[in-house]
Design a protein around this ligand. Structure first.
Ligand SMILES: [Mg+2]
Length: 187
């Protein structure tokens, strides 16, 4: 079993960086962009091709997807239906109110530790555009021996097609060949 932890902003939606235009296909691999229509959401664009790819990955046997985003329950309730993501049944991991950046406590890192201890998957994927901004997260990913793939896209791009290939390769190794290594060198 592999658990995939999904952030929302900077993953499924590419923030426009206030330029109000979608990121180019040369950077992302996607060219079918649509504006996010969720009220109150940061201005951004989403790609149907990307959502379709994640839907395929999430439906694979042996893959469990969870929300790890400050959207919390609004991710399955509002974001997922707005972009056609079949994620209504993904577990929501709560805890944004415990965030304490002044004391270097990133709630997502604490919660991913807790969830891995609880479920003990064979491997995990963490997708969040803030991973490389958190020194403790970078250190943990460099030193953890559990198979993993950490993906930290540019917030203005979201997940790229190359990231999707990385995910499919990691899951393929995990699900069908039962061996893989985390790309700790990225962090
Ligand atoms: Mg984000």
């Amino acid at each position: 079993m592999i658990t995939a932890y999904f952030d929302a902003d900077g993953i499924f939606d590419a923030a426009t960086d206030h330029r109000f235009s979608p990121p180019p296909a040369e950077q992302t691999g996607w060219d079918d962009w649509h504006p996010i229509t969720v009220p109150g959401a940061f201005p951004g664009y989403w790609s149907r091709e990307l959502v379709d790819a994640v839907n395929r990955i999430a439906s694979l046997p042996g893959v469990t997807c969870k929300w790890l985003t400050s959207w919390e329950e609004q991710a399955p309730l509002q974001l997922a239906p707005a972009i056609g993501l079949n994620a209504a049944g993904w577990e929501v991991i709560y805890g944004v109110e415990e965030d304490d950046p002044m004391n270097w406590h990133w709630w997502k890192l604490a919660k991913i530790h807790e969830d891995l201890e609880k479920d003990r998957p064979e491997g995990f994927i963490w997708l969040d555009d803030d991973i490389t901004s958190d020194p403790a997260a970078r250190h943990w990913l460099r030193t953890i021996d559990r198979p993993h793939l950490a993906i930290c896209p540019k917030t203005t791009d979201g997940l790229t097609k190359t990231h999707l290939y990385d995910i499919e390769a990691f899951i393929g190794k995990q699900v069908w060949a039962c061996s893989s290594v985390g790309r700790a060198s990225d962090f």
